[in-house]
Design a protein around this ligand. Structure first.
Ligand SMILES: CC(C)(COP(=O)(O)OP(=O)(O)OC[C@H]1O[C@@H](n2cnc3c(N)ncnc32)[C@H](O)[C@@H]1OP(=O)(O)O)[C@@H](O)C(=O)NCCC(=O)NCCS
Length: 204
């Protein structure tokens, strides 16, 4: 397995593979997302402008991916909760999705993709925090699989803390065909410049 780093417009060569990954994995609980290829292609094209996408490739097959962009470049639904909480969106780097095909999970690849993205962003020295969003579902949701491992566990294991008072409402169509608004919570982690790397603000 190798990691391929796509910066800016390089993502455009992988739109269909990435869209396939999202459409497939986001059908799972807790997302239950019934997406359309054209919408996915449009959304993913947004990473061509200041975005970063890392692909986990296994013999050429896209086994997983992580995406990110400056939060200030994200849609208003994601930026407004930060502004409303008195936080400066320009200081945050937003991790959009981290996805591994089911047969590639629990092998350390999600952790490796996240660490590499954090390293690349940290080296830039432009941001003070990374952030990511998780979807809120009631514990007793009828579609929750037995033995489901909430993603919050992964967030905590990797040093992310839940942000207080920063929530978004985002609508999408679920597998039952109904469009409904979902609540997203945000997690953050200090974005430390790597050892020996001087940040642009002059602090090491
Ligand atoms: C969450 C995910 C990215 C983790 O990547 P991974 O390569 O499987 O994880 P790693 O092997 O690096 O680390 C293992 C940890 O990942 C988490 N994890 C593994 N499989 C998981 C799953 N199916 N669901 C949620 N978390 C999972 C656990 O916290 C696990 O640690 P634990 O065994 O101590 O509980 C991956 O499981 C996945 O793609 N899940 C579905 C999509 C998703 O929810 N993505 C996150 C939001 S966009």
């Amino acid at each position: 397995m190798m990691i391929l780093e796509l910066k800016g417009t390089q993502v455009l060569d992988y739109l269909d593979q990435l869209a396939g990954l999202r459409l497939n994995i986001f059908r799972e609980y807790p997302y239950l997302y019934d997406g359309q290829l054209e919408d996915e292609r449009r959304y993913l094209s947004g990473y061509a402008d200041q975005g970063l996408v890392l692909l986990a490739l296994d013999a050429g097959r896209v086994a997983g991916a992580i995406t990110g962009m400056p939060l200030a470049q994200e849609s208003e639904a994601f930026v407004a909760p930060f502004r409303n909480a008195g936080l400066a969106p320009e200081q945050f780097y937003y991790i959009g999705e981290l996805l591994l095909q089911a047969d590639y999970r629990n092998l350390g690849w999600g952790s490796r993709l996240l660490a590499r993205l954090e390293q690349l962003v940290g080296e830039e020295g432009r941001f003070s925090q990374y952030c990511l969003a998780t979807v809120v579902r009631p514990e007793a949701h009828p579609s929750r699989p037995v033995g489901f491992v909430p993603i919050e566990r992964f967030c905590r294991q990797h040093g992310y803390d839940l942000m207080s008072g920063v929530v978004a409402q985002v609508p999408w169509q679920e597998l039952d065909g109904q469009v409904s608004s979902k609540q997203l919570e945000f997690w953050h982690k200090a974005c430390l410049a790597p050892e020996g790397c001087l940040r642009r603000d002059g602090q090491s």
